[in-house]
Each structure stands twice: as structure tokens, then as C-alpha cells.
Design a protein around this ligand. Sequence first.
Ligand code: MLT
Length: 389
Amino acid sequence: MSSEDVLFTITSKNLDSGLRGVPVGTCQTSFVDPYEGVHYVGYPVEDLVNMEEEDVIFLLMNKRLPTEEEAQEFHSELTQRGENIPTGALRVLESLTPGSGHPMDWLSIGIMALGAAENTGDTKADAMNLIARMPELMARIFRLRAGEKDKLKPRRPGLGLVENFVHMMGFEGQEARDIERVLRFFFILHMDHGGGNLSTFSGKAVASGWASIYSSISSAMNALSGPLHGRANQACLEFVQRIGTSDHKEIETFVRAELENRRPIFGFGHGVLRAEDPRARLLIELGEEICPDDDNFKIVRALREVVPPILSEIPKISNPYPNVDIASGSLLHSVGFTMPEYYTTFFGWARVAGISAQILDERNSRDGRGTPIYRPKYIPKNQPLRRLD
Ligand code: MLT
């Protein structure tokens, strides 16, 4: 690509379109092919989904998979950074009223609290500290928001990120192993999705003004909390539960009624993808393995068959196929996370790695001068020049 190549022609129809499809930068961590879905540094996500989560984070940060020795070192570094969390850094969560707000509010506040307790000013060190301390933040959000502080277990050095969260939550034995399997899978699938999804873009925009990793990621989490973005996984399981049947005819009637009433059909469509999201397929394959007879999962399986032909009848819908949100909630539910309002926090936790890696890439660009502060142009509308008399 030369600096003279024309990549895109802007016309007035591109205005007020949420920058849809407008190229604004480069991304080194991942790309989303409209038909093949997300690839992390060139690897289709299905090649990575059964790896250790730390190895995939290493890939996003370093643009290659680690050797065995590097993997061990990276793991030890995360363990050490997790252990060195400043004492009382998350005490602010104890002052929030259990059950108040949305768990995403707690996530954003918790990330800011970690930054207030320790901001080294070294973006990479701060990113690694945040990634390492997320399991503890997540476990605290779950237990404190439920008013169950006594159930919280102290972190255990040496465990993987997902394993430590599951341990701190107090799960044990086979139950813990089942949760780890689903969470690790979910975690890897949600780490990154190109540069232009709303949370990543927002995080990078904030970071471009040289805000700290904590402020940038907390802003990204606020962007993720919207029902059109990350909170769609919560909305999707609630939608599945509202349908309440895996009978194809009844689902068709339900979906057509929703469309007639101009209500969204959750778990379908995407801004970039033009085929079924491979993350949806991978989650459904995992569901077939771990919970084929689960009531919610049976509805998801039926929706996947019934809905695309119905949505295809609507000319303005360019992607009638399932997206990542269709099955993630039913899988989390099947291993015991029965409250959909927490699902977006798992999405956010996973995305901390991808967004941090992208922020580091932008900070290191232009020979270390960094990407300039984001400043797109807006065209004035409905504001003729006027003066006070
Ligand atoms: C994501 O993973 O961020 C979503 O699929 C949304 C997007 O890519 O725009």
C-alpha cells in the first residue's frame, strides 16, 4: 500500500453513518474477514481457541506465538504482577451498594480504581498489570455485588488467569473444570475483533490523547456496555428465555411478530461480517459437546436454523446470520452463570488484552511518536452563521 493509494471515496452518504466501513488506520493484532471472521495476527481464531489464554495474549502483544520458555516467562510475569496488586486497590468496590447499577458500571469503576492505586506511567507495564489483575477484579465484582464477600477466596499464585478467577470465586472440582473450559474458550474468542469495533475504537481514541491505560480501557468498557455492542450477549440470552421453546413453528411465529413490532432479533447480523460468525459456530460446536440437551441451547440451535431465512426476506438486511452473541449466554448459563447481566463483564475482561495490545501498537507507531490525537472532521449542519443584535 503506497501513501498515494486511494482506499475509499467519501461521499455525503458516508456522513452520520457511524464511520461504517471508512478506513481510519491500520491494525496489527487482528482483522475481520467478512466471510471467514476474525483472525488474530493472521491465525483464524479457531486455530487458537483451545490454547492457553496467556499464549494468545502473548500473540496479540508480540505478533507471534511464544516458545515454551517465553510462555513460561510470560505466565510468571503475569503471576507476579497479579500478586503485586496494591493492597486495598479494589476497596472502593466495597463501598458500592450490592446489587446496584449494572456489573459493567462496577467493571469500569474497578479499572479506574486499579489505576488510581498504581499508575506507573509506563504504558506497557500498566497494560500488563491490568491484564494480570483482571481475574481478581472480576471475582470481586461478582462476589461483592452479590453481597457475598465471605465467599471470595484469596488468589492463588501460579494459576492461569481464568483458573484463578474460578478459584477466587470458590468453585472446585469438576464444576470448576467445566466452568474453566467454557470461560477460557469464551475468553479467547472475545479478545480482539479488528480495530474498528466500538469499544476498541473508543479505547484507542481516548488513549490517543495520552490518557492512561486505565482511563482508556475504562472508557472502552463503557462503550462495550451498550446493548448494541457488548451487552448484546445479555440481551440475547434474555431473548432466548423469552422465546422459551425450541419448536420451529412457534419460533417462526415469535420472530415474525418481533419484526412486525420493529423489535430487534438478538444474536444475528453484524456490521462487517457477511456470513455466520465463526465464533458463533465454534460456541455452538462447544455447546453440542457440553450441553446438547440444555433448554436454552436447544432454542439457540433452533434459532440458528429458523431465523436466517426469515431475515433474508428483508432486503435491507445484509447479514441474516448468527453472530457471536447467539450462543455465548446459553453456554455460560449451562455451567452455572445464570445471571445474564454479568455476561458483558466476561466480554470486557477478554477485550482488555486486545485493546491494550492495540493501544501499545498505536503508542509505538511513527518511530515512537505515536498515532496523533484522534480528530475526525464534522461538517456543520443546521447552523447558519448568526450574531446577537
Ligand atoms: C465485536 O466483537 O466487537 C463485535 O462483533 C462488534 C464488532 O466487531 O463491530
